[in-house]
Design a protein around this ligand. Structure first.
Ligand SMILES: [Ca+2]
Ligand SMILES: [Ca+2]
Ligand SMILES: [Ca+2]
Length: 421
């Protein structure tokens, strides 16, 4: 089947509905509680008006859900500090070292001094054997509240427990938030606020997504008037005004293993049902745009509490379904699944010179660098002919958002991510 803008629009419409449904859920939740608590009938009309008003305000106040920013209602409203946004794995200018960067707690406004949350355990998980099970972990946890917060770094070391329940490793090194310090294993560590390194014309993406009137009148199937990204010069980086919280760790390659590795990141919180000091996973992320593009929004919660070993049957189905819906050959899905499932960032510690998906496609270090235009790479595979050389059903107007790396996002030296706004 050749085509088409309409089928692409239909698929994107469904994605957009999920997003908007989430927005509405965010607003409705407290209102529902009011009703459940017995709001008096004469207040109901006013309550509904509040719903409408809040929905409008909320939509306007939600500037970004990109890559993995605000990927579930729970993370966006109750655990923003555990909301992971982007994982980077890249080569240091020192060829003997590698850099890991975890970003979370998005949409920090210019000048906002947002504290770190000591209740969240942040983990880099490293698989050395290709089975999607972590062999080494690096754990990061903030120790206290208030000004002059300190942070502890544990590992890299073999985890005491694998999977979605974690316990803290024994050895640690401590430093201060927003200051560079020496971590364990010969590492250099920074935990603090950075310019959000992600870049994307999300504003235009939302125009490709369903008409925002859907918020006010559910499911009217509004006609889509925009089915392409904006041209160069008009496209805008929607994340340009925002900072994010970052963990950046530079360490000797051998600390992560030898040869190929798979890296993912998780956030966990203490489980009140367990009195053993165990933490339970509440988010997981590695490959950017994978969940957001292909997966139904309502499936994000479930995926966040799974392990990479469960990705093949779960995420692959979403990829195949999406590709079918936009009318493109399943060879596109095969290509995406072959490089992105399980959902880990692959790197080859024995190689120099990296490119995005380069471990799988080019035999180089691979990883993901902060400057990699992951939106364009993904879009050019899904909507174009990159990697597969499949031209059937291609939509050239969707193969790039025409936003490139923002120079403000990057530094040439540690911690490599740009200074906060
Ligand atoms: Ca997230
Ligand atoms: Ca393993
Ligand atoms: Ca781009």
């Amino acid at each position: 089947m050749r085509i088409s803008v309409q089928s692409v629009a239909h698929a994107l419409l469904n994605i957009g509905r999920s997003f908007i449904r989430r927005c509405v859920e965010q607003v409705l939740s407290p209102i529902k509680q009011l009703f459940q608590q017995g709001i008096r009938p004469w207040l109901r009309t006013a309550g509904i008006s509040v719903v409408v008003l809040l929905t409008v305000v909320l939509y306007a106040a939600l500037p970004a859900r990109a890559s993995d920013h605000q990927d579930t209602t729970f993370l966006a409203t109750q655990r923003t500090a555990a909301d992971l946004t982007d994982l980077f794995v890249f080569e240091s200018p020192d060829p003997s070292k590698v850099v890991l960067s975890m970003n979370f707690d998005p949409l920090i406004a210019r000048g906002e001094n947002r504290p770190f949350d000591p209740s969240v355990l942040y983990q880099f998980k490293i698989d050395n054997t290709g089975d999607g099970i972590e062999d080494r972990v690096i754990q990061v946890k903030v120790n206290d509240r208030g000004p002059n917060q300190t942070v502890s770094v544990f590992g890299p070391d073999r985890p005491e427990r694998i999977g979605t329940v974690s316990t803290l490793l024994g050895a640690r090194r401590q430093g201060r938030i927003n200051e560079v310090f020496a971590g364990p294993g010969g590492s250099t560590v920074f935990v603090g606020t950075r310019k959000d390194p992600f870049f994307f014309d999300l504003e235009q993406f939302f125009k490709i997504l369903p008409d925002r009137n859907y918020l006010m009148q559910p499911n009217p199937s509004p006609p889509l008037t925009v089915t392409s990204f904006r041209p160069p010069g008009e496209a805008q980086d929607t994340l340009a005004p925002f900072n994010v919280h970052s963990i950046v760790i530079e360490l000797p390659r051998e600390q992560l293993g030898t040869g190929k590795i798979g890296v993912w990141m998780t956030t966990s919180v203490a489980d009140p049902r367990r009195r053993t000091g165990a933490f339970v996973q509440i988010e997981r992320l590695a490959v950017p745009a994978l969940n957001e593009l292909f997966m139904d929004f309502n499936a994000h919660n479930e995926s966040n509490i799974k392990t990479p070993t469960e990705d093949a049957p779960n995420q692959s189905n979403f990829i195949r379904s999406f590709v079918q819906t936009i009318g493109r050959p399943q060879g596109i899905a095969d290509a995406v699944i072959s490089v992105a499932i399980p959902d880990v960032i692959q790197a080859d510690l024995s190689k120099q010179g990296g490119s995005y998906f380069g471990t799988q496609l080019a035999g180089n270090f691979g990883g993901r660098r902060p400057t990699d235009d992951v939106i364009d790479v993904t879009a050019s595979v899904v909507f174009g002919s990159a990697v597969t050389n499949i031209t059937e059903g291609a939509i050239p107007s969707l193969t790039s958002d025409n936003v490139g790396p923002n120079p403000a996002n990057f530094l040439p030296t540690f911690p490599y991510l740009g200074n906060p706004l």
